[in-house]
Design a binder for this molecule. Structure first.
Ligand code: 1OR
Ligand code: 1OR
Length: 326
């Protein structure tokens, strides 16, 4: 294999003419010419490598890579310092790099019908720029730094060779399960496959806490196997005297979801979730949740209104899910 050693940011990609408008483009490893591309390596000091590893540790797209794939990705990443107001990505452009945030705040802007709206923000964590590289589409949003910041970039060719190839495997692995999830039934097959592209699998041991009541929320969960208990700390006087005990309010099983409430209401977690036995969950981050699960929102909102009814039945009218307490 050829090794390309480079200290500067990589040259602009040369394969933009392959851009197609098909969205959930199938990946065929046999016709992927990037397999013959030289391996990209940006040498790093130990200190840089540490910062890079820390920035990447929660990136869902990297979670299902094996050790070798991950080190190839980390080797290829390069540091990019950004200034306030710098446009890291412009909507409509072709995709060059995928970015992981080390620090800094960034606005996500979308222009539609000549109107530009801020649709979200990144706050010192997360990643962006995967869509144009995954689906060969123009950039779907503009990303502007709202502070000085530092990013780690991954070139298009390495991204496609490793992440997109791995997604083809993920699609095969999770296709049958994802098709069986009741919440996702109303989606098109291509929309369900896009969910598979961005999810990660996470394992939890018996008794492990998956969600903590009162915490800020950034993920949504679908149970792939095992059982999850939902517990709530009630705030009635009797419970306070009792040391604010947690009470079980629900159990979720294979194919069911949890962790949607805080994302929908934009509030802290209303309850805690614990694994019962060994549990495997598929995890999606909040932006992917908002981007991909819009069509399922009515079902989720209907179920949320049932929570409120159950809450009143269990604890009387003194509890409010919009005020989860600590
Ligand atoms: P990209 O390669 O298209 C822009 O370049 C990036 O912005 C995109 O990848 C995502 O990583 C990121 N819609 C589209 N792209 C988004 C969105 C988004 N949020 C972040 N990105 N929406 C916002 C969801 C809250 C939907 C807006 C209608
Ligand atoms: P979250 O993001 O607030 C905790 O994190 C999750 O527990 C929550 O989303 C729901 O997905 C899940 N009330 C509140 N949350 C519940 C409930 C629930 N059941 C599951 N969750 N109730 C149970 C109704 C059978 C009503 C309270 C008595």
């Amino acid at each position: 294999m050829l090794f390309l050693l480079s200290f500067a940011a990589p040259p602009p990609p040369s394969r933009f003419d392959r851009r197609v408008s098909v969205c959930a483009e199938a990946y065929n490893p046999d016709d992927e010419e990037e397999d013959t591309d030289p391996r990209v390596i940006h040498p790093k000091t130990d200190e840089q490598r540490c910062r890079l590893q820390e920035s990447c540790k929660d990136i869902l797209l990297f979670k299902s890579l094996d050790q070798e794939q991950l080190s190839e990705v980390l080797d290829a990443m390069f540091e990019k310092i950004v200034k306030v107001d710098e446009h890291v990505i412009d909507q409509g452009d072709d995709g060059d790099n995928f970015y992981v945030i080390e620090r800094g705040t960034y606005n996500i802007l979308v222009t539609k019908d000549d109107q530009t709206r801020t649709v979200g923000q990144y706050d010192n964590r997360g990643s962006f720029g995967e869509l144009a590289l995954m689906y060969n589409t123009p950039r779907a949003a503009t990303i502007v730094a709202t502070s000085e910041g530092a990013l780690w970039g991954l070139d298009r060719s390495t991204f496609r060779r490793i992440i997109v190839k791995n997604n083809a495997r993920k699609r095969k692995t999770f296709e049958t399960f994802i098709e069986s999830v009741p919440l996702l039934k109303s989606l098109e097959v291509s929309e369900r496959m896009k969910i598979v592209d961005v999810i990660a699998e996470r394992d939890f041991k018996d008794g492990e806490r998956i969600i903590t009541q009162g915490e800020k929320a950034d993920s949504f969960y679908i149970i792939e196997s095992g059982e999850v208990r939902i517990l709530i700390k009630s705030k009635t006087k009797a419970d306070k005297d009792d040391g604010n005990q947690e009470v079980e309010i629900a159990r979720c099983h294979k194919g069911q979801y949890f962790g949607e409430l805080a994302l929908v209401t934009n509030k802290p977690r209303a309850a805690s979730a614990y694994a019962v036995g060994n549990v495997k969950c598929l995890v999606m981050d909040v932006l992917a949740f908002e981007r991909l699960l819009g069509p399922c929102m009515d079902i989720m909102k209907r179920n949320i209104s049932h929570y409120q009814e159950q809450l009143v039945k269990m604890f009387g009218s003194s509890m409010d899910l919009a005020d989860p307490g600590q």
